[in-house]
Design a protein around this ligand. Structure first.
Ligand code: DAH
Length: 372
């Protein structure tokens, strides 16, 4: 049996504290606890769905706070007033908190949605108006001048057979005239297939058209041509040409000259001088070339990059269609004669726009192109 000491013994452990007895939680405490817990949960609700779930759980018909308000009727009158007041205040506070949280979430969502989006309130960027390339415009003008004279515009293939580009224009292989038209070959002759090349001029369309039509013929043929060429101020490896062909009874050199003179007058105006001189092309006889007076120098400057002091710039070749070509097309060359011409569009665009270097046309430099 242990000894009893009236004041307790210093050798004994201190007496235990009385056992913890929780304070009686009142209904008001319960309201406060519900509110505290609800506020905490609200902070964690990150989207509309979570907010709605929260509202149902706290303020909904069987929500925690609603439960307290419903239970008021079972409380003694004194307590009922006190608890009712606390619960109603909590309800108002939580409703306000819900609204604030909703607003905050919506604002954040709006901000996120517009952060990388288009600002529709900014004024629009003006749309730059495009325009036709000066060479395209010249090509169209040339074609229209001849159309007004009764020529019909037709086009031919840019990838052409050796046969049309050379052979049938009386430029056989090894003919020295081939030097004028060195080109890009697409395909060498293999297994009897004909060699293909990028056409060096629009003249093959003369043959293609005559092959399928009977005189009278009046055609104008615009299109791109290619040449294996060292480029300089007046030579490019890609160029545009317009071909002309007329075949009829009684056509003479006078018709050729009259047609080209009228073309030059419409194209360059009466002030530009035009010269026609003798030249050679295998598919015409006689052959001529047409030149305009130099537009870059007074005509006698040996350092001029356009005429090199010659004073004249060649813009086209022309001539009377060779009788052998007419015969090859099945026409009676005693009855029909024809004239043809082929002009470089850039060579015509250059004096028109005062451009002294053909290479500028195809550099796609907008500072250059915007001027026209
Ligand atoms: N095809 C020639 C060339 O590209 C230009 C030419 C000369 C065309 C005389 C013709 C012509 O129709 O008759 O150099």
């Amino acid at each position: 049996m242990p000894l009893w000491f009236p004041q307790g013994s210093p050798n004994l452990p201190p007496p235990k504290p009385p056992p913890y007895t929780p304070r009686m939680t009142t209904a008001v405490d319960q309201v406060a606890e519900v509110e505290r817990e609800a506020r905490e949960a609200l902070e964690g609700a990150a989207d509309e769905a979570a907010l709605e779930a929260w509202r149902t759980r706290v303020l909904g018909r069987s929500g925690t706070l609603t439960g307290i308000l419903r239970g008021l009727g079972g409380l003694p009158a004194e307590e009922r007033r006190e608890v009712g007041q606390a619960a109603n205040l909590a309800k108002q506070a939580l409703e306000a908190a819900l609204e604030a949280r909703q607003d905050a979430l919506r604002a954040a969502a709006r901000e996120a949605a517009t952060r990388d989006a288009i600002d529709v309130t900014l004024p629009g960027r003006p749309v730059r108006r495009g325009r036709l390339h000066p060479v395209t415009r010249t090509l169209q003008e040339i074609t229209r001048i001849f159309e007004r004279m009764g020529f019909q515009a037709v086009e031919g293939p840019e990838v052409e057979l050796d046969e049309y580009n050379f052979e049938r224009l009386r430029i056989p292989e090894h003919h020295p005239a081939r030097d004028m038209w060195d080109t890009f070959w697409v395909d060498e002759e293999v297994d009897g297939r004909q060699p293909l090349l990028l056409r060096t001029h629009t003249s093959p369309m003369q043959i293609r058209f005559m092959e399928q039509h009977e005189p009278p013929i009046r055609i104008v043929v615009p299109g791109r041509c290619y040449r294996y060429e060292a480029t300089d101020a007046t030579h490019e490896w890609m160029l545009q040409q317009v071909e002309l062909l007329a075949v009829d009874e009684g056509l003479s050199m006078a018709d050729l000259k009259g047609t080209l003179q009228e073309f030059a007058r419409q194209m360059f105006g009466p002030q530009r001088r035009v010269m026609m001189r003798n030249s050679y092309f295998p598919f015409v006889e006689p052959g001529v070339e047409l030149a305009v007076d130099c537009y870059a120098c007074p005509g006698n400057d040996p350092t001029c990059s356009v005429c090199r002091g010659a004073g004249w710039v060649e813009i086209m070749g022309a001539g009377m269609v060779h009788p052998e070509i007419l015969e090859a097309a099945g026409y009676d060359s005693d009855r029909y004669t024809g004239f043809a011409a082929g002009m470089g569009v850039e060579r015509i665009a250059m004096p028109r726009y005062g451009v002294e270097d053909i290479r500028l046309f195809y550099q796609n430099d907008l500072r250059f192109l915007r001027q026209f």
